[in-house]
Design a protein around this ligand. Structure first.
Ligand code: SAH
Ligand code: SF4
Ligand code: F3S
Length: 471
C-alpha cells in the first residue's frame, strides 16, 4: 500500500441507469488519501450516508458535506490533511456568507491518531470519525447539526460491517467491474516504523459467511474481479463450514467456486504469513491472478531486525523462490523504506542486492518518516534527509529499470485481459492484465466486463498496447 492509490476503474460505460436525484438531496464529496483500504472505506461511508439521503458528488463545490478520508502513514500524508482543511475553512466561510451550509468531516487514520488535535487545529471541522466507527456517521452528523463538535474514535465494540447498509446493486454496478472487499483489518505485527497498529487497532478477521455474502452480492451486480484487502491480509483466519480452522488460502479456494467471479487478488501480505496452503492456491487456482505484493522493506538483516520484521533477507528470497517454483509467471511487487534509523551505506546496498536477486515487476519505495508514538521515533542515529533522498533515488532507478524490463518482457505474449473502462479513442477499451498493468486495445465488439485474449504489441510509460486475437 502506498500514498498513491491504485486507481479504481472509472464508472463503466455499461453502468446502470443513473438514479433520478431530487434537487434537494444532500451531496457528499469524499476525498480519499492513503491505501486501498481507505478507498474501500470511502465507498462504504458513501453507503452509510446514502441511507441518510446523501448522494456522492465528484464536485467539491456542490457538496453539503466534505469528508476527508485520511492517511497517517508518513508525516507528509498527515500534513496534507491540515492544508486541505485550511482551504476548506475558507470555503465554508464563503458558503456561510451566502447562507448555505457546508459540513466538514475528517475520517480515517489521522482522525484515529490525532482526534482532539484536529478539532483544536482546525476549527471548521464538525465531525472526526475513526476507521472502526464510520458506521455511526449518520448519527454523528445529526449531533453535529445540533451544534456539537463530534469525535467518534473509540474502537467500537460492535462490528461496523454488521451495521453498514448493504450496497445497492445499481450502485455497485455503477462503480465498475472490479471491486475491493475488506476481509481483515488491523495489525499485531508492530513493525517499529509503522503507525497502522495504532490507527487501525489489533488484527481482526471478518467471518467467512459475511465475506461470502458480500462477494456474492458484488458478483450478482456484475463484478468480475475482487481484490481482498487487509493490512495483513494473509493473516486472515476464520472458521470453515465444518468448524475447521481456515486461512486465506482456504478462503481463496472457496471464493473461486463462485460462478461468474473470474479473478481474485489480495493485498497486502506479510512474508511471515505466506503459508503452504496459500502457496498451493497460487499453484492451483486459475482465478487467482499471478501477482503478489509482498513487502520486504529492507535487505539488511540488522535493519530487518531493528524494524521488527521477524525474518531475514535470505528467508524472504527463499520464500519467493518457493512461490515461483509453483507459479513461474508470478509478478512480484514490494514496498521499501530507505534510511531507517542507523541504516549504513553498506546496509542500504544490501537492499539493492536483494532487489537485484528478486526482480520486481512493480514497487513502492519511501524515505523513512519518523512517526510519533512508534518505537522507531525513539531511536537515535536518524539518517540525514539528503542521505535518504540520495538512497531513494538510487533504489528507484533500479526498481524502475526492473519495471520496464518486466513490461518489455510482456511484448509478444498472448494474454487475457479484463476490460474495465473506455479508452481515449472511439472503439478503444482499457483492460487489466493478470499482472495489474493497464492494457489499451481496439475491441469494438466487446464490452466492459468481458475477458478477451490479446497480443501485447508495445509498451507506454504506464500501460501496454495490445491487439485483439481470437482463440
Ligand atoms: N501491512 C503492510 C504495509 C502497510 S503500510 C506491510 O506489512 O508491509 C504501507 C507501506 O508504507 C509499508 O510497507 C512501508 O513500506 C511504508 N511505511 C510505513 N511506515 C512508514 C514510515 N514510517 N516511513 C516510511 N514509509 C513507511
Ligand atoms: Fe505496519 Fe508492519 Fe503491520 Fe505492515 S505488518 S501494517 S508495516 S506494523
Ligand atoms: Fe494510511 Fe491508514 Fe492505510 S495510515 S496506509 S490509510 S491503514
Amino acid at each position: 500500500m502506498s500514498d498513491q492509490i491504485i486507481p479504481l476503474p472509472a464508472t463503466a460505460e455499461a453502468a446502470a441507469p443513473v438514479p433520478v436525484t431530487n434537487p434537494n438531496t444532500r451531496k457528499v464529496f469524499i476525498k480519499t488519501y492513503g491505501c486501498q483500504m481507505n478507498v474501500y472505506d470511502s465507498v462504504r461511508m458513501g453507503d452509510a450516508l446514502a441511507s441518510e439521503g446523501y448522494v456522492t458528488t465528484e464536485a467539491m463545490e456542490e457538496a453539503d458535506l466534505v469528508l476527508l478520508n485520511t492517511c497517517h502513514i508518513r508525516e507528509k500524508a498527515a500534513e496534507k490533511v491540515y492544508s486541505a482543511l485550511g482551504r476548506l475553512r475558507e470555503m465554508k466561510k464563503e458558503r456561510a456568507a451566502n447562507g448555505r451550509e457546508m459540513m466538514i468531516g475528517v475520517a480515517g487514520c489521522v482522525a484515529q491518531a490525532e482526534g482532539e488535535e484536529i478539532l483544536r487545529r482546525a476549527p471548521a471541522v464538525d465531525v472526526v470519525i475513526g476507521p472502526q466507527t464510520y458506521h455511526r456517521l449518520p448519527q454523528a452528523l445529526q449531533r453535529a447539526r445540533r451544534g456539537e463538535r463530534v469525535i467518534e474514535t473509540d474502537y467500537a465494540v460492535e462490528d461496523k460491517f454488521e451495521h453498514l447498509p448493504k450496497t445497492e446493486k445499481a450502485v455497485i454496478r455503477s462503480r465498475g467491474v472490479t471491486s475491493f472487499l475488506t476481509v481483515q483489518e488491523g495489525c499485531d505485527k508492530f513493525c517499529t516504523f509503522c503507525v497502522v497498529p495504532y490507527t487501525r487497532g489489533s488484527e481482526v478477521s471478518r467471518p467467512l459467511a459475511q465475506i461470502l455474502e458480500e462477494a456474492q452480492r458484488l458478483v450478482d451486480a456484475g463484478v468480475r474481479e475482487i481484490t481482498l484487502l487487509g493490512q495483513n491480509v494473509n493473516a486472515w483466519h476464520g472458521e470453515g463450514p465444518k468448524g475447521d480452522a481456515w486461512g486465506l488460502g482456504d478462503l481463496l479456494y472457496r471464493l473461486s467456486e463462485i460462478p461468474g467471479l473470474a479473478r481474485l487478488r489480495y493485498t497486502t501480505s506479510h512474508p511471515r504469513d505466506m503459508d503452504d496452503r496459500l502457496i498451493e492456491a497460487h499453484r492451483d487456482l486459475r482465478t487467482l491472478m499471478p501477482y503478489l505484493h509482498l513487502p520486504v522493506q529492507a535487505g539488511s538483516d540488522r535493519v530487518l531486525k531493528a524494524m521488527n520484521r521477524r525474518h531475514t533477507a535470505e528467508e524472504y528470497v527463499r520464500l519467493i523462490e518457493r512461490i515461483r517454483s509453483v507459479r513461474p509467471d508470478i509478478a512480484l511487487s514490494g514496498d521499501f523504506i530507505v534510511g531507517f534509523p542507523g541504516e549504513t551505506e553498506a546496509e542500504f546496498e544490501d537492499t539493492l542486492r536483494l532487489v537485484e536477486r528478486v526482480r520486481y515487476a512493480q514497487a513502492f519505495s519511501f524515505k523513512y518518516s519518523t512517526r510519533p508514538g512508534t518505537p522507531g521515533a525513539e531511536l537515535g542515529s536518524q539518517v540525514a534527509e539528503e542521505v535518504k533522498a540520495e538512497r531513494l533515488e538510487r533504489l528507484q532507478a533500479l526498481l524502475l529499470k526492473q519495471q520496464q524490463e518486466f513490461a518489455e518482457g510482456c511484448v509478444g505474449k498472448v494474454i487475457d485481459i479484463l476490460l474495465e473502462k473506455p479508452g481515449r479513442n472511439a472503439g478503444q477499451l482499457i483492460g487489466r492484465s493478470p499482472w495489474l498493468q493497464s492494457v489499451n486495445v481496439d475491441a469494438k465488439s466487446s464490452q466492459i466486463g468481458d475477458i478477451i485474449s490479446v497480443r501485447i504489441i508495445g509498451t507506454g510509460p504506464n500501460s501496454l498496447f495490445a491487439e485483439r486475437i481470437e482463440r
